[in-house]
Design a protein around this ligand. Sequence first.
Ligand code: KIV
Length: 293
Amino acid sequence: MNRVSTTDVREMKKRGDKIVMMTAYDYPSARLVEEAGADLILVGDTLGMVVLGYDSTLPVTMEEMIHHTRAVVRGTQRVLVVGDMPFMSYQTGWQDAMTNAARFMKEANCGAVKLEGGVRSAEIVRRLTEAGIPVMGHIGLTPQSVNQLGGFKLQGKTPAAAVQLMHDAQALEQAGAFAIVLETIPAPLAKLLTQRLSIPTIGIGAGVHCDGQVQVFHDLLGLFDAFAPKHARRYAEVGATIREAVARYAADVRSGAFPTAKESFKMDPAALAELQPATGDAIRRRHALGLDA
Ligand code: KIV
């Protein structure tokens, strides 16, 4: 089965087909997201927060990203898998960016990488795309810069900030990015950017006019309670379902209601008889097996 390509993604914008992207971080969740019909899976560095329990995305390492991206690729056949370049895997210069992006392609076998930043990252995007590595940009609220941004806040509110975001988006487009994530910016600004760019915009907290949307698996499914972003809609309460199921299991173990014969394995009665205290062969067998030692 052919995977969705970056060309397919660009064609979707031309046709006006909305692009569906979602994060996933492991084999079973990737399978479910693909079976549900997503076009792209982002192995986001949000995995640091929603899977690994860090309090930001900053501690996430290349090793962690590669490990999880490999599992996602193994779980999928059709979606375009995008590997998210973690903090300081590309900000230190284009050579580091090239080495680390190449690891995503060669070791994890994903189809593209994503990195944060507009004008400041454009030269890196240009080098990577020239080397044959498709790049998705990411501007607006860029979580790897949370300390510089002063928190997880709406970006592009003032005319000056909005103009800067337009420059950022244009720089990424000119550098060869095949799509751009717009995170937590006013919906009217995202609409303008979407109209002005020839490449698709993928919004998260950027309103309905983006060419596509991306959401974090755990936010949509109610698996992460520490923080509930305004832009995420809960489509299920899987966390509550899991908690309730495990509580029933624990109660059944404690009461002896689990396991029953249905969840247990039978033994040949003759074989069992050999293990009972007895005479003759059975005793010799017991000695041989060391059961009476
Ligand atoms: O890491 C991530 O999951 C992301 C999305 C929120 C766009 O960058």
